[in-house]
Design a binder for this molecule. Structure first.
Ligand SMILES: *Cc1c(COP(=O)(O)O)cnc(C)c1O
Length: 364
């Protein structure tokens, strides 16, 4: 090859997304409308209807550069914070990447948990920094062990709560204690992509904690409960000092105009959010009960997906594909006997369970 990438690129592999519906349709000559995709933790209800409306209207303005203040103001009202506490991104992954680029680089380290969201490793390595992985505790974050992994080079700690792909959740009291005990020059990223799915007795409005911890940044997304994964919209909430530093590295128009308008509308659509949350709760329960009845083990989940044990995940995955159901292998996480399954509609969940039952009988 004639090109030589910077050294950190050599050991990186591209992120593997869930298989798109049309690709499977082509592969098995299936009707795309009959394919069930439970692979990317998308909202099975579709997008918020209010978001769809504003997109239709907003199309006539796409010759204009976007005005990010529409969404920043809506978020600051929602959370009762100043606009200087908020940064928006082209998906929340954009914010994760900004954090890495601003606070990491060659000679520095970040810390994440084994089985935590793989993007933390990717964005860390891209800067030339090293990601230190701390062994999981029951598939989730072991915060005391993560604290012990801190050294003089540590600059960023990534926490996914709930975590993807394991669905594990660390109670907020433990996160709070962790924040109180770590050095204040280390940035703590609390990635709450699934926050809105938490039960009321578990959820704490962690965005209030940015008043107490200048080094805390909360990252949330419009890709999951708001149903806007295809638009790319996410945000970060933190101290003005931290947000100002991130803005230095942000592309001027990182979030597109339609995404800004749709996210603003979706944020106000509490009916859709509540409906999505209730449906997810029922769906998760149906999946957990159905799996348990078949004697299939799984990791109890706090998100909109569930990670299931299977002896030979790639074979199970391929068999599901042949039946028109897309789930997600998670072998690149070191989860070699598992498949991740997103919660679908009631009908999709039933179809998944009955397919599992059929495939299991065929296998035995
Ligand atoms: C899905 C997910 C995100 C969201 O990414 P977007 O770029 O906003 O689509 C972020 N963090 C975790 C842990 C996720 O699972």
């Amino acid at each position: 090859m004639n090109f030589t990438p910077v050294p950190q690129i050599s050991s990186l592999h591209p992120y593997k997304p869930g298989l798109p519906i049309d690709e499977l349709a082509r592969r098995y000559n299936l009707d795309p409308s009959k394919i069930i995709k439970l692979a990317s933790n998308e909202n099975p209800l579709g997008p918020s209807p209010r978001a769809q409306e504003v997109i239709e209207k907003g199309v006539q303005n796409i010759h204009r550069y976007p005005d990010q203040h529409l969404l920043i103001d809506a978020l600051s009202n929602t959370y009762n914070l100043h606009s200087s506490n908020i940064i928006i991104g082209n998906g929340s992954n954009d914010i994760l990447d900004l954090i890495a680029r601003v606070f990491l680089g060659s000679g520095f380290e970040s810390i994440s948990s084994q089985y935590a969201f793989i993007v933390y490793k990717i964005v860390t390595q891209l800067t030339g920094a090293k990601n230190v992985t701390v062994s999981a505790k029951e598939y989730g974050h072991d915060l005391p062990a993560m604290e012990l992994a801190i050294n003089k080079n540590t600059r960023v700690i990534w926490i996914a709560n709930p975590n993807n792909p394991t669905g594990t959740f660390v109670p907020y009291q433990e996160i709070r204690r962790f924040l109180e005990s770590i050095p204040p020059h280390i940035i703590v990223v609390l990635d709450e992509a699934y926050f809105e799915y938490l039960d009321d007795d578990q959820a704490i409005e962690s965005t209030k904690w940015i008043q107490d911890f200048n080094n805390l940044i909360i990252v949330r997304t419009f890709s999951k409960i708001y149903g806007l994964a295809g638009l790319r919209a996410g945000y970060g909430i933190g101290s003005p000092q931290l947000i100002e530093l991130l803005n230095r590295a942000r592309q001027p128009f990182n979030m597109n105009g339609l995404a800004i308008e749709a996210a603003t509308a979706a944020l106000a659509d509490t009916a859709f959010k509540n409906q999505s949350r209730e449906q997810n709760k029922a769906g998760l329960q149906m999946l957990q009960q159905g799996l348990a009845k078949m004697g299939v083990k799984y990791i109890p989940s706090h998100g909109n997906f569930i990670t299931v044990f299977t002896e030979d995940p790639m074979t199970t995955y391929e068999r599901f594909l042949s039946q028109g159901i897309i789930v997600r292998p998670v072998t690149e996480y070191g989860l070699t006997k598992h498949l991740r399954v997103s919660v679908g509609t009631g009908a999709e969940n039933r179809q998944f369970l009955s397919t599992w039952e059929t495939l299991a009988t065929k296998l035995s």
